[in-house]
Design a binder for this molecule. Structure first.
Ligand SMILES: *[C@@H]1O[C@H](CO)[C@@H](O)[C@H](O)[C@H]1NC(C)=O
Ligand SMILES: *[C@@H]1O[C@H](CO)[C@@H](O)[C@H](O)[C@H]1NC(C)=O
Length: 379
């Protein structure tokens, strides 16, 4: 065999190997267009799936974005969500019971308080207290929930969903949120480009920023995923109270003013440094006004007959479910919550950073190669 033949043979073999690897293994991380760059009009401009990227390491979009009466049931995989008002919002939560947020954030589906949008409905009596707040730059809903009724494992301190994620495909991948809060109400739904949603610790916060606001990306910051609602959406929501308020803007998440008047920006420490046990500041809860107190029976009457797939009396997890970072202690978001429950919301857990979460998610979907790629790409 001549050297040139050998080399051709080798090349052919390598090429064949390369083609076969390419066919079997995902080779890229980032989509050509980031989720936050994809803009749609509701309802006619929405594709069946917003995320059509094939062969990326996190696999395929779990659900779909065209949602209608056919998809409106408790198995819906609708990933088109809303935040309009205290009686009309959706939260991201898992498809299957007893899930851990860190393991399922890429596949979350919409759970809503009102029928009519092709989604799942939040089961009756799951919501224990909700505060809706409208400010100049955003609207947010913060509350207390029996999270087992929306498929989140009872002891999970959860994590953050946003339209970015380490690979820019969003968490959930392909998830969209619309609102009529900045477009005159009614059926004038407008896509909100920047939003964040913390779920966990039997609490939640969801903030959607006015797409016309110049600082939407700051108010709806998505990097501080380990410090929960108390720092990302400071509020005085009360367990047991349902109220709709007006309020001033918060400081941008992570930005704070010390007693001497100097402004600082907090940097979330890397995961390798372990759990976040101290914080250099207490977030300022902005002033609110014109709060209207309501009752859950009136607000959520459409949910009265909606039952949960699993209820809070069941606590054991199915075996074989990857536990990821579950079961760790609440972070400062939770720990700093006063005993009265005035703080609010999801204490993010120490191990819940993007790298871990992405890796865990991929582990279930892609197997070993996916994990290896993830370890390299997200490290
Ligand atoms: C309803 O939604 C499903 C799922 O997205 C879609 O396949 C179907 O075409 C929709 N039906 C109509 C009438 O739009
Ligand atoms: C909210 O109050 C209910 C009782 O109405 C209680 O069961 C639940 O644990 C409380 N939630 C939180 C997060 O404190």
């Amino acid at each position: 065999m001549s050297p040139s033949t050998l080399s051709t043979t080798k090349f052919t073999a390598l090429l064949a190997l390369a083609v076969s690897v390419a066919a079997q293994a995902p080779t890229a991380t980032f989509p050509p267009t980031a989720l936050a760059e994809k803009h749609f009009s509701y309802p006619t401009g929405i594709p069946y799936k917003v995320d059509t990227d094939q062969g990326l390491i996190r696999g395929f979009q779990h659900g779909y974005n065209i949602c209608n009466s056919t998809t409106e049931n408790q198995h819906s995989l609708c990933q088109t969500s809303f935040l309009n008002a205290i009686d009309d919002f959706c939260l991201w939560a898992p498809d299957l019971p007893e899930s851990v947020v860190a393991d399922t954030e890429g596949e979350m589906v919409a759970w809503c308080t009102k029928p009519g949008k092709g989604t799942r409905l939040i089961p009756a009596n799951a919501l224990k207290g909700v505060q809706f707040m409208r400010t100049p730059d955003y609207v947010q809903v913060v509350g207390f929930i029996d999270q087992s009724k929306i498929n989140i494992k009872g002891d999970d301190y959860g994590g953050e969903m946003d339209p970015h994620g380490a690979d820019l495909r969003g968490n959930p991948m392909g998830g969209l949120i619309f609102s009529n809060a900045f477009s005159g109400g009614g059926d004038n739904y407008q896509q909100v480009i920047e939003w964040h949603n913390f779920m966990g610790g039997n609490a939640f916060c969801l903030k959607v920023c006015d797409p016309a606001g110049p600082n939407a990306a700051h108010f709806c910051e998505h990097r501080l995923d380990r410090i929960g609602c108390a720092y990302n959406a400071p509020n005085n929501a009360q367990n047991g109270t349902f109220e709709s308020c007006l309020g001033d803007n918060q400081d941008y998440p992570g930005v704070y003013t010390d007693p001497a008047g100097a402004v600082h920006t907090y940097t979330q420490p890397p995961e390798e440094e372990g759990a976040i046990s101290t914080m250099p500041y207490q977030p300022k809860v902005p002033a609110s006004s014109q709060c209207t107190t309501l009752t859950s029976e009136v607000l959520y009457k459409a949910l009265a007959t909606v039952t949960a797939a699993i209820d809070s009396t069941i606590t054991s997890a199915p075996t074989g479910v990857p536990t990821g970072a579950s079961g760790s202690q609440p972070g400062p978001g939770g720990a700093s919550r006063p005993a009265s429950g005035t703080g609010s919301a999801a204490g993010a857990k120490g191990t819940d950073n993007a790298a871990v979460r992405e890796t865990v998610v991929i582990g279930g979907v892609m197997g070993l190669i996916g994990v290896a790629f993830a370890g390299l790409l997200f490290a």
